[in-house]
Design a protein around this ligand. Structure first.
Ligand code: NAD
Length: 410
């Protein structure tokens, strides 16, 4: 199995060859502008000192300040961060936001830390990082293991060095310069595009059976949106395992349970299933919304879904992607499918810069417009060039970044 960086590189190569990109341009677009690796040392509640490794990789700024999430997870390493940073460059270009791409993370198990420790960890990371980020340079946002609270600490610490600066980070709490609708945005965008894709196949979400891996920020809002649209969510999962209910899971009950208990473990709304078992269910739509690299050469032939919507970043290895192509399983790629989050992050940044607030209705309206317009563009490109949706999305993203690079001058 390829690692995340090799996988992203392979998808890039495929699009680059369709575009006939020169070797010089390929190298320029693949090489990150800056890679930062820092020691994040802090005092634990028990008085011991713990040391973690933190990363921020700024991949490309040809189209604007760099943008990308901050991940707290025990598998974070420089290869993964670089792969995710490059995905952000193509993603912001696919949805045509005036941004480049970056990503960051700390190799840590956030659940092992107390709230106070998590706050100290975040503040310490900002101490190491604040000079190279900022509203016109690089703007972090939540990703796996981080949330609005982490972003609030992040902003507060950044402001200690640079003064009032709410646009330095997005995904903040609504009470603290966050945008209405940011928390739901990625899942909502996934839901909107699931509907758009199904419509292309003369289907609707109404009655469609869906399995979702991951019940965090993205998974929960995706489940909520699609169940309200009439889909039957028959399986959900988190790190504790999966739940299956062929009559449809009561999503509101699952959400309430996970909120109270911290995970789905013990939820009685269905029978237990393994996470691998969830990926192999006979459903219309499979939505990986947790980790990368979960759909591989080993399990791609077991997948029975007709559509895969990549809500997570990098859930499909190139080997699995080839198998899905042969089996005519339609894959909506991450750089389009989960772009709702960065889109509303952009709306938040715009509001912060203007000291003006949009209401939820406006955010949702603009999100729908951006996602639908981008989907239509990728779909037309795929039809016109007879290529898969992933290649079409990369073609669109790389083309925009490449043109900006040439126009700006090298
Ligand atoms: P999160 O931390 O809120 O939730 C992650 C979920 O995945 C949790 O329910 C966790 O229990 C589950 N999980 C972890 N390991 C698992 C495993 N082995 N099997 C099954 N479930 C597992 O994270 P999130 O923000 O929802 O992000 C999920 C994915 O979506 C990531 O790939 C992230 O990069 C991507 N993404 C997130 C955003 C965003 O706005 N948060 C935007 C774009 C893409």
């Amino acid at each position: 199995m390829k690692n995340a960086f090799e996988a992203a590189g392979q998808y890039f190569e495929e699009a680059a060859s369709v575009m006939d990109l020169s070797p010089n341009m390929k190298k320029l677009l693949l090489t990150p502008e800056r890679e930062l690796k820092v020691q994040v040392a802090m005092k634990l509640d028990n008085g011991n000192i713990a040391t973690f490794v933190g990363y921020r990789i700024q991949h490309n700024s040809a189209r604007g300040p760099m943008k990308g999430g901050l991940r707290y997870h025990h598998e974070v390493d420089s290869d993964e961060v670089l792969a995710l940073a490059s995905l952000m460059t193509w993603k912001t270009a696919v949805v045509d936001l005036p941004y480049g791409g970056a990503k960051g993370g700390i190799n840590v198990r956030p659940k092992d830390l107390s709230t106070d420790e998590l706050e100290r960890l975040t503040r310490k990371f900002v101490d190491e990082l604040h000079d190279v980020i900022g509203p016109d340079k690089d703007i972090p946002a939540p990703d796996m293991g981080t949330n609005a609270q982490v972003m609030a600490w992040f902003m507060n610490q950044y402001e200690k060095f640079h003064g009032f600066n709410p646009a330095c980070v997005t995904g903040k709490p609504a009470e603290l310069y966050g945008a209405e609708g940011r928390e739901e945005a990625t899942g909502r965008g996934v839901g909107i595009l699931t509907q758009a894709l199904l419509r292309k196949y003369q289907r609707t979400a109404e009655g469609a059976t869906i399995a979702i891996q991951g019940f965090g920020n993205v998974g929960t809002f995706t489940a909520d949106y699609l169940s309200r649209a009439g889909a039957k969510i028959i399986a959900i999962s988190d790190v504790s395992g999966a739940i299956l209910n062929r009559d449809g899971i009561d999503v509101a009950a699952a959400l309430a349970y996970a909120k109270t208990n911290g995970s789905l473990s013990g939820f009685s709304g269905g029978e237990r299933l393994s996470n691998e078992g969830l990926l192999a269910l006979d459903v219309d739509v499979l939505i990986p919304a947790a980790l990368g690299g979960v759909l591989t050469e080993e399990n791609a032939n077991d997948v029975r879904a007709k559509f895969i919507i990549e809500a997570a970043n990098g859930p499909t290895t190139p080997e699995a992607d080839m198998i899905f192509r042969k089996r005519e399983i339609v894959v909506l790629p991450d750089i389009l499918a989960n772009a709702g989050g960065v889109t509303v992050s952009y709306f938040e940044w715009v509001q912060n810069q203007q000291y003006f607030r949009w209401d939820l209705e406006r955010v949702r309206e603009e999100l729908e417009k951006t996602m639908s317009r981008s989907f239509d563009k990728v779909w037309s490109l795929a039809v016109e060039k007879r290529i898969h949706l992933r290649t079409a999305a990369y073609l669109l993203g790389i083309g925009r970044v490449g043109r900006a690079t040439v126009l700006g001058g090298i």
